[in-house]
Write a protein that binds this ligand. Sequence first.
Ligand code: KG4
Ligand code: ZN
Length: 360
Amino acid sequence: MALVLGIETSCDETAAAVVRRDDDGAVTVLSSIVASQIAEHAPFGGVVPEIAARAHVEIIDAVIAQAMAEAKVGFGDLAAVAATAGPGLVGGVMVGLAAGKAIALARGLPLIAVNHLEGHALSARLAETVDYPFLLLLVSGGHCQLLSVASVGACARLGSTIDDAAGEAFDKIAKTLGLPYPGGPALEKLAVGGDAKRYPLPRALLGRDGFDFSFSGLKTAAARIAEHLTQEDEKRDLAASVQQAIAAQLAERTGRAMVHYARMQEGRGLRFVVAGGVAANGAVREALQQEAAQHGFSFHAPPLKYCTDNAAMIALVGAERLAAGMVSDIDAAARPRWPLDEAAALANPMNKFGRKGAKA
Ligand code: KG4
Ligand code: ZN
């Protein structure tokens, strides 16, 4: 049995959690504290890196103390400390990583520097038994990729967005509709009862080979329409149209990947996991669930509290890596960009010269 403290500070949530992993691999979340900075960033309509880093510094100690207290454990009970080391806003990542290193050094504990994306990748395993291997769609504010996950530390990228992430598209379109930050959940609320067929929007890459995504055309088209809307029912219908277009693209590309993955697996152990903040969206979940059923995959999605950023998923990666003997050096560096599948990212870089590209 091992108790692991997880720390997450890569974006706008300061989070700490304690997870217990039994020798048979069973996982129990003993505490999961998430302090959101939404109120601090809302006046600016998005996350301001400087404000985020400062807010993490102010609250990180209290969040860790609360996670330890709720789990009813002391630092002496821990087997390791896991902290997000990237990708993300580097100021924030440094705060959580430094806090993790301090505890590890003071207590002589192993440190595990966790890739935030691996946290999302494994998050479904916090609430139910999802055996390896599985096909994963990771959809969040910064990422949109399809991965084949063989075990902890072994993720192979099948495809990824060539421009914006799906969450980014939700957030930016929501902003043009005058919705508050964060846009995704607000847009989903507005879309209730809307007519998803009223505004035809571009469906990029549909029917094309491969497993990549593209959302920038949809974003621009929706923003152009939004500029001229004044009536509430028009806005509601546009929100519904946008949501359906995003869900349809995610489902179509995932369906293709399912066919490919099933061939790779020779039809055995067909499991599909969707994770990341956008997995909280009902229409997206429903479209993916249908796709899974159609291709003979079991469907798994973490509960909503583990879809968006949290530290339980970071502690889980720490516990699984600890069990596999994969611990980090105490001088592990914060990495603002850190692809989960480094080999694939190097072979087919999304970050082409002259453009920033997707974070991973
Ligand atoms: O995983 P996450 O919390 O942070 C990242 O690592 O990016 O994902 C946040 C993203 C945001 O873009 C947010 O708008 C989106 O997930 N999101 C949603 C919903 N809930 C969160 N998008 C659509 N519908 C939702 N219900
Ligand atoms: Zn995230």
